[in-house]
Write a protein that binds this ligand. Structure first.
Ligand code: PLP
Length: 374
């Protein structure tokens, strides 16, 4: 087994920081000078730029991706006794925010190729209580939005796109976050567009929903110390907005670098493992580059020994999480999600990965899988 000569980062935030340092310093210094740490001018500037980037009327920044989901659900009036249909194969926030409002997450299984919500199960899951559909753009690829939107429209149900991992991706030429009633994203540091702490945003073309989300984000306050609806403290910090503004300047380049690296990995790994399937009408931002393979623990151990970090997104589907045991969903309820959870492995992915690192990672994985087959 060969070893990485230099440590390989799973996500290299330092390389990115070096590239944007002058603009980052200028942006942060401006905030330190004006001291408007809450709802400072960078918030409005970022919202305008992000709405323009996505191509929607409104962007409302939030304290995190989780708050973006929570505020969206609140703005749609989701509450006790309601049901929200979502994917069981996602990060906990997607299901957690539904349950926090007293509503019930109703899972439908995923497509075995994209690992995103499979719309063919949707109609069977819709009931009188369904208040929203919440698909996820897992690993950086949008779900089957046209099919989901068509079914939602037939039943008059709004759709929230959980685009925490797919911001920057396109679906049939349109940008993620602008594809349904509301799009939500996260600026968690490891996300394709990340800040240096927590942050997130909601996107919509609907004026009324935008107004509601702005209200809910600041304690339901419509004027100083006057609260017309129930809200939360869901604001994004000005300093974090300044970081995202700095990163936005290199984001289009980073999105293409991610696509190039993803394609290279797929070319090199095609024979060794199941590589991510990207629909021809989609572009992925490869928030994660996640392969599927057997004997995962063994592969992970060997990669660790070779100096290659990996991660599992996600080892337990939501319906099998202890927190959702009350839903009484047994093993076997969502077989595709359960099988994916046993086989997925994310390998280093960031826009600053070097050609020799990509080749080293791919050849190490190939050697491991060949060994485990013999
Ligand atoms: C699919 C998905 N939804 C929601 C979130 C929540 O975002 P945040 O960590 O910013 O709250 C994440 C973040 O990891 C995510 O991956």
């Amino acid at each position: 087994m060969r070893f990485a000569i230099q440590p390989i980062e799973f996500i290299d935030l330092k390389a990115q920081q070096q590239r944007i340092l002058p603009v980052l310093e200028r942006r942060l210094k401006a905030v330190l000078q004006h001291c408007k740490f809450i709802m400072g001018p960078e918030i409005g500037e970022l919202e305008e730029k992000l709405a323009g980037y996505v191509g929607v009327e409104h962007c409302i920044t939030m304290a995190s991706g989780t708050d973006a989901l929570l505020v969206s659900l609140m703005a749609l009036g989701v509450g006790t006794e309601d049901e929200v249909i979502t994917s069981p194969f996602t990060f906990i926030s997607t299901g957690e925010t539904i349950a926090l409002l007293g509503a019930r997450p109703v899972f439908v299984d995923i497509d075995p190729r994209t690992l995103n919500l499979d719309p063919t199960y949707l109609e069977g899951a819709i009931t009188q209580r369904t208040r929203a559909i919440l698909p996820v753009g897992l690993y950086g690829q949008c779900p089957d939005v046209d099919s989901i939107n068509a079914i939602a429209a037939k039943y008059g149900i709004p759709v929230i796109e959980d685009a925490a991992q797919s911001f920057g991706a396109t679906y049939k030429g349109r940008k993620s976050c602008g594809l349904s009633t509301i799009g939500c994203t996260s600026f968690f540091p490891s996300k394709p567009l990340g800040c240096y702490g927590d942050g997130g945003a909601c996107f919509t073309d609907d004026d009324e929903l935008a107004t509601k989300m702005r209200l809910i984000r600041i304690h339901g306050q419509d004027r100083r110390y006057h609260h017309s609806v129930l809200g939360i403290n869901g604001r994004m910090d000005t300093l974090q907005a300044a970081v995202v503004l700095a990163k936005l300047e290199v984001f289009p380049w980073e999105v293409s670098a991610r696509a190039r690296i993803g394609a290279k990995y797929s070319e090199l790994l095609r024979e060794a493992v199941v590589t991510p399937y990207i629909e021809p009408h989609n572009t992925s931002v490869f928030s994660q580059y996640t392969v599927q393979l057997n004997h995962r623990e063994n592969a992970q151990q060997k990669l660790r020994e070779a100096g290659i970090p990996t991660a599992i997104h996600y080892p337990i589907p939501l319906h099998r999480q202890p927190v959702f045991s009350g839903l009484d969903l047994q093993e076997g309820s969502y077989p595709v999600a359960e099988s994916a959870a046993k086989r997925v492995l994310s390998i280093p992915m960031h826009p600053y990965l070097k050609e020799q690192e990509i080749r080293f990672i791919a050849s190490t994985i190939t050697a491991i899988t060949v060994q485990s087959m013999s």
